[in-house]
Design a protein around this ligand. Structure first.
Ligand SMILES: Cc1cc2nc3c(=O)[nH]c(=O)nc-3n(C[C@H](O)[C@H](O)[C@H](O)COP(=O)(O)OP(=O)(O)OC[C@H]3O[C@@H](n4cnc5c(N)ncnc54)[C@H](O)[C@@H]3O)c2cc1C
Ligand code: SF4
Length: 512
C-alpha cells in the first residue's frame, strides 16, 4: 500500500515520526506552502518567509537523502490553496490509499485531519509527536487528583523524569529554582553580543521575492532577513547562544533595554517550534555547559526550566483544555486592540519600543511580551480574541499551542487562574525597574495622576478596582486591595477619572 507522508510546516525534523519506516518505493512525502495557513491570521512577513525558506531547504535535504518529495510552492499553478485540497490532489495523482502524519500542533488542524478518513475514504495514521518531552495523555495523568496545576510542580516532575540537573533524587545545588537571582535590572554598561545572522542564499532570496509580492499588506519588515533556515544554521545559532549569551541569561532574563531587542535570550523559539532544533538536545547541551563550568547554575537552570517546564506545561494545558480554552474571557472584557499595536504610534515609549522591535524582527523577548505588550492589554481590558490574534500573527515562533496558553492563561488571566495563580498586572514602576524605557517617555513614571502621569499607574489600580469581585479572594492579590483601600477618596477619584479620560481619548483615535 502506497502512503502519503504529510509534513506540516512546523514538522521540519528528519526524526519526525511521520517519516519513520519510510520506503522510497512505497511512499511520497508531501510538503506544501498554502495560502490558507498564511492568512487565517495575517502572519508577519518575516514569519512566512522564514517558514517557507525552512520548508524548501528541508525538502531539498530530504531529496538529497533519497526521499521522494512532492513540494508545492505557493505560486505553483497547481496549488489548490489548503492542506486539505493539496492532500486530496496528491492522493489522486499518485493513487495513494493512506496518509501518515505526525500529530499536528494545532487543534484546528487535528480536527481537519481526522475528517479525511471519512471524506476521502482512506486510512489516516496519526503518530505521536516524539519531539515533545511530555505527551498530552501523560500530562493528563500527571494532573489527575491535583487541586491546582502549577508549573513549578510539573517542572520538578520533568527534571526527575529526564534526570536533568539532578544529583540522585535531589536538585543540583540544593534548590529547584534560582529565579530570585534572575531579576537584575539592566545596566547601561552591558555589552550585549551581536545576534546570529545567517546569509541569504538563492532559496531564501526567491522566497523573499515571493513574500514581498504576495503579502505586501501584512504586518512587519521583511528585510533585513537573518534567520537560520536549515538545521545546520539553527545549530550554529544555538551554539553561539551557549558560548556568548547563556552566561548572562539568568541574571538579565527580565531586563529590557531600548535598542537591544535580543538581550541575553536564546532566540531559538522559532527553530524549536518548527523542528529545526530539538528541545532535549538543547537542554542537554546547556546541562553540559554547566557541568563544564562554562555557565553558572542560575542561567543553566533558568534556561532548562523554560524548555522542559514552561514550554511543555503550556502544551499540556493546550491539549487538555481545547477547544473551550479559546473562548474564555474571565473578566468579560470587550475592548478592541488599539491601533498602535500595528503602527507603534503611541506616546508610551515602552509599548512603542516593543512594537517596533516586533515589527522589525518578528521577535520580542518574554518580558516585553508579558510585562509591556500583554500587561497593557490586560489593564486596558482588550477582548482575548483580539490579543490572541495579534500575538499569533506577529511572532515568528507563534503557534496556537504555545501562544494561546501564554496569552489567555498567563497574560490575560482569561481562564480565571487555571494556569497562573494571579494576573501579571503591573504599574509603571515595574517597567521602570526592569527597563530604561521610561527615561525617553512623554509620560512621567513617578507621577500617579493627571495627563502627564504614566497610564500604567492609574490603569493598574483601575483594573483592580473594576475586577474586585473576581480577584479579591485571591490571596496573592488581596494585599493590593488593602493598599487600595488605604488610599484617600481623592486619590481613588483621580484613578477613576484619569482612566476614563485615557480610555476615551484612545477610543476617539487620539495618540496617547
Ligand atoms: C504573551 C506571550 C505570548 C507568547 N507567545 C509565544 C509563542 O507564540 N510561541 C512561543 O514559543 N513562545 C511564546 N511565548 C513564550 C516566550 O515569550 C517565548 O518562547 C520566548 O520569548 C522566545 O524567545 P527565545 O527563544 O529568545 O526564548 P528564551 O527566553 O531564550 O527561552 C528559551 C526557550 O524557552 C521556551 N519558553 C520560554 N518561556 C516560555 C513560555 N512562557 N512558554 C513556552 N515556552 C517558553 C521557548 O521555547 C524559548 O525559545 C509567549 C509569552 C508571552 C508572555
Ligand atoms: S513612563 Fe509609563 S508609559 Fe512611559 S515608558 Fe515608563 S512605563 Fe511605559
Amino acid at each position: 500500500m502506497k502512503s502519503l507522508h504529510l509534513i506540516l510546516g512546523d514538522q521540519l525534523s528528519e526524526s519526525i515520526s511521520s517519516l519513520a519506516g519510510y520506503e522510497p518505493n512505497q511512499g511520497i512525502v508531501l510538503i506544501c506552502e498554502v495560502l490558507e495557513e498564511t492568512t487565517y491570521v495575517e502572519h508577519h512577513k518575516k514569519k512566512i518567509a522564514f517558514l517557507f525558506s525552512a520548508m524548501r531547504h528541508f525538502a531539498n535535504s530530504l531529496i538529497e537523502k533519497g526521499y521522494r518529495v512532492e513540494y508545492t510552492k505557493l505560486n505553483d499553478p497547481n496549488n489548490t490553496g489548503s492542506i486539505r485540497t493539496e492532500v486530496q490532489r496528491i492522493l489522486e495523482k499518485f493513487r495513494l490509499s493512506k496518509v501518515i502524519v505526525t500529530h499536528p500542533g494545532e487543534f484546528r488542524l487535528l480536527q481537519e485531519i481526522k475528517r479525511w478518513e471519512n471524506d476521502f475514504g482512506i486510512h489516516i495514521e496519526i503518530r505521536t509527536d516524539q519531539r515533545f518531552l511530555c505527551r498530552p495523555d501523560e500530562f493528563l495523568e500527571w494532573s489527575k487528583g491535583k487541586k491546582t496545576l502549577r508549573m513549578e510542580n510539573f517542572y520538578r516532575y520533568m527534571r526527575k523524569k529526564y534526570s536533568i540537573l539532578m544529583s540522585g533524587n535531589n536538585p543540583i545545588g540544593g534548590q529547584w529554582n534560582y529565579d530570585v537571582q534572575n531579576r537584575k535590572s539592566p545596566k547601561s554598561e552591558l555589552k550585549i553580543p551581536e545576534p546570529y545572522s545567517a546569509k541569504v542564499d538563492e532559496v531564501t532570496h526567491e522566497v523573499l521575492k515571493l513574500i514581498d509580492k504576495e503579502f505586501s499588506s501584512h504586518f512587519g519588515d521583511l528585510e533585513p532577513f537573518y534567520f537560520a533556515v536549515t538545521r545546520e544554521q539553527a545549530l550554529e545559532s544555538f551554539s553561539m547562544f551557549v558560548s556568548s549569551r547563556l552566561h548572562n541569561f539568568g541574571d538579565y532574563q527580565d531586563a529590557m533595554i531600548e535598542g537591544e531587542p535580543w538581550m541575553y535570550h536564546s532566540h531559538i523559539g522559532f527553530y524549536l517550534n518548527c523542528g529545526l532544533l530539538l528541545p532535549l538536545e538543547c537542554v542537554k547541551a546547556v546541562e553540559e555547559a554547566y557541568a563544564a563550568g562554562i555557565v553558572p547554575l542560575n542561567s543553566a537552570e533558568g534556561f532548562i526550566r523554560q524548555i522542559i517546564g514552561w514550554r511543555e506545561y503550556m502544551r499540556g494545558i493546550y491539549w487538555m483544555k481545547m477547544p473551550e480554552y479559546k473562548r474564555l474571557n474571565f473578566f468579560g472584557v470587550s475592548h478592541k486592540l488599539p491601533d498602535f499595536y500595528w503602527t507603534g504610534k503611541t506616546k508610551m515609549n515602552c509599548l512603542k519600543q516593543c512594537i517596533l522591535d516586533t515589527k522589525k524582527n518578528a521577535y520580542a523577548h518574554h518580558i516585553q511580551r508579558l510585562m509591556v505588550l500583554g500587561n497593557f492589554a490586560l489593564l486596558f481590558g482588550v477582548d482575548p480574541k483580539y490579543v490572541n490574534d495579534w500575538f499569533l500573527s506577529v511572532y515568528a515562533d507563534a503557534y496556537e499551542w504555545v501562544e494561546l496558553p501564554n496569552v489567555s492563561g498567563m497574560v490575560l488571566f482569561a481562564d480565571g487562574g487555571f494556569l497562573a495563580s494571579k494576573p501579571y498586572a503591573a504599574s509603571g514602576s515595574y517597567i521602570n525597574k526592569m527597563s530604561d524605557y521610561c527615561k525617553n517617555c512623554s509620560y512621567k513614571v513617578h507621577k500617579k495622576a493627571g495627563p502627564e502621569a504614566c497610564p500604567f499607574n492609574y490603569l493598574y489600580w483601575n483594573f483592580l478596582d473594576r475586577n474586585r469581585e473576581k480577584l479579591e479572594s485571591n490571596f496573592r492579590v488581596n494585599m493590593m486591595y488593602m493598599n487600595y483601600d488605604r488610599m484617600s477618596k481623592d486619590k481613588k477619584n483621580n484613578i477613576y477619572e484619569d482612566s476614563i479620560r485615557f480610555i476615551g481619548e484612545l477610543g476617539d483615535g487620539k495618540v496617547v
